[in-house]
Ligand binder design. Structure first.
Ligand SMILES: Cc1cc2nc3c(=O)[nH]c(=O)nc-3n(C[C@H](O)[C@H](O)[C@H](O)COP(=O)(O)OP(=O)(O)OC[C@H]3O[C@@H](n4cnc5c(N)ncnc54)[C@H](O)[C@@H]3O)c2cc1C
Length: 435
């Protein structure tokens, strides 16, 4: 420990923990000796990082534990060494684990395709994967497995991938768990990525769970937010405990860190035509005879063609328990028709039998991201909000001005929907006719 004797103990900076402040009356501001705490209009502290001297006074005085100290990775390293927890003090097992974890580098997105058609969620993940890769200072890799799918590498580059690992073999023509699992595990073992993202689709959910089990790592399903912390860990946020809280989950002891994300949760990145990248062709196959599953016939969901695609709609008019009866949804259909959109609903509306289940928006329904979402008679329970709060514009109609839906609404109309909706529909019709 001699080499650290003259090193000054890092003091770090204070930071505010979201959602914890109880607006106690600016005790943290009064305690700060350097005017390093300003207050927002809502009475919450804002740390002026340049002024903070890391004296801990605000942290100690806060009655709600809403402030903590934040250290950079370098500072954490020095602190560990000063507190006698330098690498030389770690046991062999811990050292080995750290070395193993440290060997993993890079962000991967599994590009889900079916007969060469890529699931949109894969490009959404390429967008968020790009941001994560930039924060980590590593490359973003698209992993493309299938038969005659090499051309998809160019699409991956245009959505932000730096490189594409491609496995092209007839055995991967149609998705089956076993060959895809073997291929993914082979690639992970060989290239050691630190983050692997997949769509929370039928295929993604099946594959991600199987891969995480085999490579003995953690998997967070249905994430709604992804970020990187100061120790290079993936922060995976998702609703927990019935959607009543948002939990941020980390997998700091194992690699790769795996997450699935539902379609439409992440924004679609812009396509940059002509972008190029490196293609890594991997020659991997397994004999057909060693696979237990055979695909005898592919039956496409013909009825599905006529089904309403709530998740992909640009305009959604949704109804909740406030609609009172199935017959009343006719007026939402009319409004949706004029907008060129579709009708969705809350779980209460679905449970009441007013709408089919595939129209349900929310945690146990669809995640939507339309240009306009009109919520009629929906209170705005967290389980509903997680499915629609990223819509570009949210218009809420509710007669209860305290309804939580107004907290996420761009425009809120406090009133009786049976009066408001016909007025909106009438005005829209007039505008259309005037064109
Ligand atoms: C594990 C779990 C998963 C869930 N998943 C989902 C999910 O995916 N999606 C989902 O939506 N819910 C989900 N829920 C249910 C959720 O908690 C709420 O119960 C549900 O969203 C409430 O639906 P609502 O807003 O239509 O009904 P309510 O909460 O009863 O709200 C009705 C609203 O209508 C308003 N209203 C009534 N009459 C009028 C009128 N004439 N004019 C204007 N406003 C009026 C009222 O003021 C009220 O705000 C889930 C719950 C759990 C526990």
């Amino acid at each position: 420990m001699k080499d650290v004797e003259n090193v000054k103990k890092p003091r770090g900076k204070a930071r505010v923990l979201t959602g914890r402040c109880v607006a106690c009356g600016a005790r943290c501001q009064s305690a700060c000796p350097v005017d390093g705490v300003e207050m927002s209009e809502g009475g919450e502290p804002i740390i002026v990082v340049e002024r903070c001297i890391g004296c801990l006074k605000c942290v100690k005085v806060c009655p709600a534990g809403a402030l903590e100290m934040f250290y950079t990775a370098k500072e954490l390293e020095i602190l560990a060494r000063l507190s006698g927890k330098g690498e030389e003090d770690l046991d062999e097992e811990e050292l080995e684990r750290r070395r193993r974890v440290g060997a993993y580098r890079g962000v991967w997105v599994f590009i889900e395709q079916n007969s060469g058609e890529v699931a949109r969620v894969s490009w959404e993940l390429t967008g968020v994967g790009r941001e994560l890769a930039e924060k980590l200072g590593v490359e973003l890799t698209a992993v493309i497995i299938g038969d005659k799918i090499s051309h998809l590498a160019n699409d991956a580059f245009s959505y932000g991938a730096d490189q594409a690992i491609v496995i092209n073999d007839p055995v991967f023509r149609l998705y089956r768990t076993e060959p895809y699992l073997d291929a993914m595990c082979h690639l992970i073992d060989k290239h050691k990525p630190e983050v692997v993202l997949m769509g929370a689709t039928g295929m993604g959910r099946d594959l991600a769970g199987a891969v995480a089990t085999r490579v003995k790592t953690g998997l967070t399903a249905d994430c709604t937010g992804l970020d990187i912390d100061e120790k290079r860990n993936l922060m995976q946020t998702r609703p927990a405990f019935g959607g009543n809280i948002m939990a941020t989950i980390m997998c700091d002891r194992f690699r790769p860190q795996m997450a699935t994300v539902r379609p439409h949760v992440m924004p679609m990145p812009e396509r940059r035509s002509g972008a190029t990248g490196r293609v890594i062709e991997e020659h991997f196959t397994i004999p057909e005879s060693s696979i237990f599953t055979r695909v005898l016939e592919v039956i496409t969901d013909k009825a599905g063609k006529d089904k309403v695609d709530v998740a992909g709609a640009e305009f959604i008019v949704s109804g909740g328990r406030g609609m009172m009866a199935k017959e009343n949804f006719g007026m939402l259909e009319e409004l949706a028709y004029l907008l060129g959109g579709v009708v969705g609903g809350s779980r209460s509306a679905v449970d009441a039998g007013w709408l089919p289940q595939d129209r349900q928006v929310g945690q146990t329904g669809k995640t939507v991201r339309p240009k306009i979402y009109i919520a009629c008679g929906i209170s705005g329970a967290i389980q509903h909000l997680v499915g629609m709060q990223d819509s570009d514009v949210i218009i809420a109609i509710n007669r209860d001005r305290e309804a939580p839906i107004f907290e996420v609404a761009t425009f809120g109309i406090v009133g009786d929907l049976f009066q408001v909706v016909p007025v909106l529909t009438g005005r829209l019709r007039e505008l259309k006719e005037a064109r």
